[in-house]
Design a protein around this ligand. Structure first.
Ligand SMILES: CC(=O)N[C@@H](Cc1ccc2ccccc2c1)C(=O)O
Ligand SMILES: [Mg+2]
Length: 367
């Protein structure tokens, strides 16, 4: 498949409510979409980089720049299969979210032209996925409890609370006391703690949490090993896991016993599948994480979440969790599950009106 061009499209989507994590508060999403035009099909890719380098070192303008100046030119003039993309781009270091968006769009086009689905191609074994919801840091505990209640009533099967020093033990205790021990409850610190906080984090052990996600900074491998030995609560890594090999290292060194799989973070959906395979080989539970994607990115994530080794609820939500108006036919929660698209490619298409309404800029790149 040869690339004829790529459209970079920036979207602005207001969030229905502010989403606060230990790295900041987001009121709306600034998103980079790619539309790859190939000889016999087009495909969509969503870049999960944030506007600023707050989740990882990547940021949207940097991703657009590296695609424009390095990644797309490297793919020009080649007859591409999806598994050619990552090796061709490997000489450019990092920029995994940018690479993932480009590979996602190329894979979508390639699959659409062959009338094959993402789920089928990646090896999904389920037709629907258990949905978990991630709840941001709030000002008051009563507001948090109301929000948890609302999402449980909608049917979400797992609650993940964002935590940071000063908002951790008390909100977790309040949720546990209000909703009981049966609630599937996790926390995610997005790297907000240090090894000096071990005792504070050990205080979470009394709440029977399913996992503690990314307690320390992404590059703290030894400290995560030490923490994992000290805590009863399983450690899950997110920001630290940059590839399938990185997942194998973290697991074998004892830095984590659960993995949050995100295609953008590891460089693409094919690497996400390899990361999944590493987890299965090591007998380590995994789940598909989320980056507050539009329905396009969530459609691709559903194919990952439906892989056999993704045994925990995913960070994949109904469209209305984040957006008043998604750019695809909204994804809906059905008895706590979300259906995996089974049409060609991503199996979903942007709604032209919604897409245009959300578009803040467009740029056409010829390779
Ligand atoms: C669902 C979830 O918690 N995702 C990320 C954090 C994250 C990712 C991307 C974001 C974009 C805008 C605002 C907040 C965001 C939070 C995580 O698992 O760590
Ligand atoms: Mg996380």
């Amino acid at each position: 498949m040869r690339l004829e061009g790529v459209e970079l499209r920036r979207l602005g989507l207001p969030l229905r409510s502010p989403f606060r994590t230990s790295f900041g508060v987001e009121l709306w999403r600034d998103i980079l979409l790619l539309r790859v035009v190939a000889s016999d099909a087009q495909g969509w890719g969503e870049c999960v980089a944030l506007p600023s380098p707050s989740f990882s070192s990547e940021y949207i303008d940097g991703a657009a720049d590296v695609i424009r100046r390095f990644l797309l030119p490297a793919l020009a003039g080649r007859d591409l299969d999806p598994d050619d993309v990552a090796p061709t781009l490997a000489r450019f270091r990092g920029h995994r979210m940018a690479k993932a968006a480009l590979e996602m769009a190329i894979l979508d086009a390639w699959l659409r032209s062959r009338r094959r689905s993402y789920a089928g191609y990646l090896g999904a074994t389920r037709t629907s996925v258990a949905a978990g919801v991630s709840i941001g840091i709030m000002d008051e505990i009563p507001e948090l409890l109301d929000t948890v209640m609302e999402y449980l009533e909608q049917g979400y099967q797992r609650i993940k609370l964002k935590i940071e020093p000063g908002w951790d033990i008390a909100p977790v205790r309040a949720v546990r006391e209000r909703f009981g021990d049966a609630l599937e409850l996790q926390v995610d610190a997005n790297g907000a703690y240090t090894s000096a906080d071990v005792d504070r984090l050990a205080g979470l052990d009394e709440f029977g949490l399913e996992l503690l996600e990314q307690p320390l900074a992404a590059d703290c491998c030894r400290d995560h090993i030490m923490l994992a030995r000290r805590l009863r609560t399983p450690i899950c890594l997110d920001e630290s896991i940059l590839s399938a090999r990185g997942a194998a290292d973290a697991i074998e060194l004892g830095a984590c016993s659960v993995v949050n799989i995100k295609a953008g973070r590891v460089g693409g959906y094919l690497e996400a599948r390899s990361t999944h395979d590493v987890c299965v080989t090591h007998g380590v539970p995994a789940f598909c994480g989320g980056m507050l994607e539009t329905g396009l990115g969530q459609a691709a994530n559903l194919a990952v979440a439906a892989l056999p080794g993704c045994t925990l609820p995913a960070d994949i939500v109904a469209s209305d969790r984040y957006y008043e108006r998604d750019i695809i036919e909204p994804l809906r929660l059905e008895a706590g599950y979300i259906t995996v698209p089974d049409g060609p490619g991503l199996g979903v298409d942007p709604l032209p009106d919604a897409l245009e309404a959300a578009t803040t800029s467009k740029e056409w790149l010829s390779p």
